[in-house]
Design a protein around this ligand. Structure first.
Ligand SMILES: Cc1cc2nc3c(=O)[nH]c(=O)nc-3n(C[C@H](O)[C@H](O)[C@H](O)COP(=O)(O)O)c2cc1C
Length: 194
């Protein structure tokens, strides 16, 4: 069977561990990954994980993850003919700034472009938004995207699986995203009344 191919976009919203967990799980599932970290995504990632982004990136490149600079609009991912061969684009975590750009067709970096192209090419697009509380602009932007078939939602892990650790909460969120992409996994406990 052909490997699944995903693009993971990481923006400067809080929630670097969601992105880190997504990467770890995707690699375990043998998914081929292309990553784009926005400039503030790199900084927030380093701040929240106490890890150098450059070293993190290097370690992943060694095992075959492709990184693209957010300023590189010459990247192959900016092209519909390339992106249409992918199984999905995930923005995790997604800032309300990137949400606003995507919902309104404003393209000022490669993440925005990839999302814009995903919508036009019908590539599954998922935005895991992180902000609290939301203002009407955020809510309207999410609704606008949902109406186009984009899964744009506020990250909201469930507690019915009785999480014991923070990692359980990240895994729940990543698992739900993989479910939306119809990628099989067993990383969180599905609802079953015991
Ligand atoms: C530590 C830190 C945490 C942040 N958390 C959020 C957040 O949860 N949600 C959000 O929308 N923006 C958050 N921001 C602000 C974004 O990083 C900022 O608006 C940035 O311009 C977003 O651009 P980007 O989407 O290209 O990364 C945070 C910034 C910092 C420094």
């Amino acid at each position: 069977m052909q490997k699944k191919r995903l693009v993971l976009c990481v923006t400067g919203a809080s929630g670097a561990y969601y992105a880190k967990t997504f990467l770890e799980v995707a690699l375990e599932l043998d998914i081929s990954l292309d990553c784009i970290f926005s400039e503030n995504g790199k900084r927030v990632f380093a701040f929240e994980t106490d890890q150098s982004f450059i070293e993190f990136k290097r370690s992943l490149e060694k095992i075959g993850v492709n990184f693209h600079e957010p300023s590189d609009l010459f990247s192959p991912l900016a092209s519909g003919s390339v992106l249409s061969s992918y199984d999905g684009v995930v923005v995790l975590p997604c800032s309300v700034g990137t949400l606003g750009a995507v919902a309104n067709g404003v393209v000022s970096n490669l993440i925005h472009r990839v999302c814009d192209v995903a919508i036009k090419e019908g590539v599954p697009l998922i935005l895991g938004v992180r902000e609290m509380p939301q203002n009407p602009i955020h809510l309207e932007n999410m609704l606008k995207l949902q109406k186009m078939g984009v899964k744009a939602f506020v990250l909201s892990p469930g507690f019915y699986g009785k999480p014991k650790t923070l990692e359980d909460l990240y895994l729940f969120t990543v698992g739900k995203i993989l479910d939306l992409l119809k990628i099989k996994h067993e990383i969180y406990k599905r609802w079953k009344k015991t």
